[in-house]
Design a protein around this ligand. Structure first.
Ligand SMILES: Cc1cc2nc3c(=O)[nH]c(=O)nc-3n(C[C@H](O)[C@H](O)[C@H](O)COP(=O)(O)OP(=O)(O)OC[C@H]3O[C@@H](n4cnc5c(N)ncnc54)[C@H](O)[C@@H]3O)c2cc1C
Length: 412
């Protein structure tokens, strides 16, 4: 071996040793960092992109009634492509595209495309998604019953295929295990709470969770046995079921804990002093009273999370947009329809405004969640009472929850 070859061999050996040393240090540092961090629970990554683009076909694998009255039915959904389902954030919802038979016109029923959102009601599981749907009866004999919910109850059977958009929405539980959660579900508003609760119990069994579930009585008490079993097995889950109209056979202490409504007074009486993250979902009356009451009680706006299942105007003091006056006398031009109208502040949204003037625009959830009414703005600006659930690109707006804040030209 020549001197040059020997030198090259020694240099190569030194380089190898150096590389191994660096590799070991980096690996040890990563391992130390990982062990120093508290265990991060499994949750979908925080990003607004959908887990899949557009619609995906799901087969109904199972149907289960969740209440004695059989007014709330769970649908278990499995993807037709057989691939594992991505996780979602507990509290998020799915969007469905349905073709329902409209009321017969001159004896001929046509298929009507509709879009509706339903919260995921179980914790993430790669094998299935679950939604739980309440049948919406007609509010009075002259009105039709709810289109989508009755279609699900009456027509969707095991084996049927549904078109579904990826889980979405900004209403989901904070994964920080150190902040106790207060989950308030009114009626069918229990569905996102079930997802949060089931996830907490699986991932953070020590986390303190106070569940307030407001409903009429045991006839419509959804997930009754499951919730009671979870509470019996997990001391960190504090259960407060509130019946407003108990049946004669309902027993306080066995079927429910309180009589009346879930209100601030009940929370003050039953919640120990401390900081909580509040999650509220329920009928408009609950949302419109409880959410502002929490803010007035001194709960920071950032600790109050809420979702309405339809049009519900919640005025939260200090929330962005809530103090802005409703503008009037604004010119709104619907470019494709060739109509120019004056916004006079009478309508709750641009969607109501368009419909009142006979302009046909697409719509779905009417609460800023599904994106069906997303419309391009050619000019002008739109304001929202609070940030919509559906993410949309700049230069677009959501008609169902938006109001004009300057002269507006819409593509519609
Ligand atoms: C993010 C999100 C999550 C949701 N999660 C759930 C969930 O987990 N479970 C659930 O059950 N729902 C959920 N919803 C609500 C759901 O999307 C639907 O709004 C609900 O099922 C009613 O839809 P529908 O088509 O049956 O009723 P629609 O046809 O939209 O009618 C709504 C109501 O109005 C009545 N009505 C119809 N016509 C008139 C009229 N001319 N005048 C007065 N009243 C009229 C109907 O009878 C019905 O009671 C959620 C909504 C959102 C936005």
């Amino acid at each position: 071996m020549t001197a040059t070859e020997l030198l090259a061999l020694i240099s190569a050996a030194l380089l190898l040793q150096l590389a191994a040393g660096i590799g070991w240090t980096v690996w040890r540092q990563r391992a130390t960092d990982a062990s120093a961090k508290p265990a991060t629970p499994t949750m979908a990554p925080h990003k607004s992109e959908a887990a899949w683009a557009g619609w995906r076909d799901f087969r109904v694998a199972q149907r289960v009634f969740e209440d004695e009255a059989q007014s709330q039915c769970s649908f278990y959904l499995q993807p037709m492509d057989g691939r594992p389902l991505p996780p979602f954030k507990p509290g998020q919802f799915l969007t469905f595209a349905l073709d329902v038979a409209s009321r017969p016109l001159d004896g001929v029923a046509a298929l009507q495309p509709i879009t509706r959102c339903y919260s995921l009601s179980d914790r993430p599981d790669p094998a299935y998604y679950r939604v739980t749907i309440k049948r919406m009866p007609a509010p009075a004999p002259e009105f039709p019953p709810g289109l989508s919910s009755n279609y699900f109850h009456d027509h969707i059977q095991v084996g049927d295929v549904l078109r579904v958009k990826a889980p979405a929405g900004h209403f989901f539980i904070d994964p920080d295990p150190n902040v106790p959660a207060v989950l308030v579900g009114g009626g069918i508003g229990i569905t996102p709470m079930m997802s949060m609760l089931r996830w907490c119990i699986a991932q953070q069994p020590q986390r303190l969770v106070h569940l307030y579930y407001g409903l009429r009585n045991s006839r419509e008490h959804a997930f009754k046995r499951l919730i009671e079993e979870m509470a019996a097995a997990h001391p960190a889950l504090k259960l407060n079921v509130v019946y407003s109209r108990p049946c004669d056979s309902d027993l306080q202490g066995r079927d429910y804990q309180h009589q009346g409504h879930v209100d601030l007074d009940l929370l003050r009486r039953t919640l120990p002093h401390g900081r909580y993250q509040f999650y509220v979902c329920g009928p408009p009356a609950l949302m419109q009273t409880l959410v502002p009451a929490l803010a007035e009680w001194g709960v920071p706006v950032s600790d109050v999370h809420y979702e309405a299942f339809g049009p519900a105007s919640v005025k939260l003091p200090g929330a962005a947009g809530s103090d802005e006056p409703v503008a009037t006398d604004i010119e709104v031009k619907f470019h494709r329809s060739g109509r120019t109208l004056t916004w006079d502040g009478r309508d709750a949204s641009l969607l109501d405004f368009a419909e009142r003037h006979g302009i046909t625009v697409e719509s779905g959830c009417r609460s800023g969640s599904c994106g069906s009414c997303e419309t391009r703005m050619l000019e002008g600006t739109v304001q929202y009472e609070h940030a919509p659930d559906h993410d949309f690109p700049s230069g677009h707006c959501l008609l169902c929850v938006g109001r004009p804040s300057s002269t507006l030209v819409l593509e519609a």
